[in-house]
Design a protein around this ligand. Structure first.
Ligand code: PEP
Ligand code: MN
Length: 263
């Protein structure tokens, strides 16, 4: 169902006036994790000032260590919803557990399925049954084919509002957190009709690579870019090394807009 052979035209996923798949570059920005109202508010105001419409933030966090911050859960989703409504933004947030899906639908505009859950088939089926867009991230070690099959699970349940997200894969290379598989973007665009996002934060894990990776993503045909922004990354409860602060975000957006305007 996700194959371009089945449906030759691009699927456009519309969220809060942003049409992912329309050939323009879109941006999904926000903190790694929701920590407080003030933290989300500061980021949301910066997004709004840049004319962006899509706010990300994790309330349920899939942390490698059980002793790390696990997220604020439903309270985090409530903060996201309140701030997003105040600033005219849409909420993109990860759901880890099928049992949280129904409650989350009251607060979230786009359900994110994280890399670690790309092959959590029961979660995929539940996401396929909801009538909201799903942002599906590529698994840490998933092939492109496995990634497309995961999207197929969602579509097979009747939900065709799927956004694919390349977020880097695990390789032997240690210079970056993961290896951004940039060629996955045109392959996914060719093989499927779905919009494709590149997460430059989790793929590179390096602030100095966010801008070049974003340029590469836009140049190669990505429909959107995801990156993390935090008012004070040094004290962030997760991913503190790689989130942009607000000034860095503003500089980044200036460069990105100049680049996107050129191509
Ligand atoms: C995230 O986007 O918050 C996240 C945890 O990313 P990933 O699932 O790609 O590791
Ligand atoms: Mn993160």
């Amino acid at each position: 169902l996700v194959s371009r052979k089945k449906k030759p035209d691009d699927t456009i996923v519309s969220i809060n006036g942003e049409n992912l798949g329309d050939g323009k570059a879109h941006f999904i920005m926000g903190p790694c994790a929701v920590e407080s109202y003030d933290q989300v508010k500061a980021v949301a105001q910066a997004l709004k000032a840049q004319g962006l419409k899509l706010l990300r933030g994790g309330a349920f966090k899939p942390r490698t260590s059980p002793y790390d911050f696990q997220g604020l859960g439903l309270d985090g989703l409530k903060i996201l919803r309140q701030v997003a409504d105040e600033e005219g933004l849409a909420v993109v947030s990860e759901i880890l557990n099928p049992y949280d899906m129904e409650a989350a639908l009251d607060y979230v505009d786009v359900i994110q399925i994280g890399a670690r859950n790309m092959q959590n088939f029961e979660l995929l089926k539940v996401a396929g049954a909801v009538r909201k867009p799903v942002l599906l991230k590529r698994g840490l070690s998933a092939t492109i084919e496995e990634f497309m099959y995961a999207a197929e699970y969602i579509h097979a349940q009747g939900n065709d509002q799927i956004i694919l997200c390349e977020r880097g894969i695990r390789t032997y290379e240690k210079a970056t957190r993961n290896t951004l598989d940039i060629s996955a973007v045109p392959i996914l665009k060719k093989e499927t009709h779905l919009p494709v996002v590149v997460d430059v934060t989790h793929s590179t894990g390096r602030k100095d690579l966010l801008l070049p990776a974003t340029r590469a993503a836009i140049a190669i045909g990505a429909d959107a870019v995801m990156a993390e922004v935090h008012p004070d990354p040094a004290v962030a409860l997760s991913d503190s090394a790689q989130q942009m602060d607000i000034d860095q975000f503003n500089d980044y957006m200036k460069e990105v807009k100049a680049f996107a305007g050129k191509i």
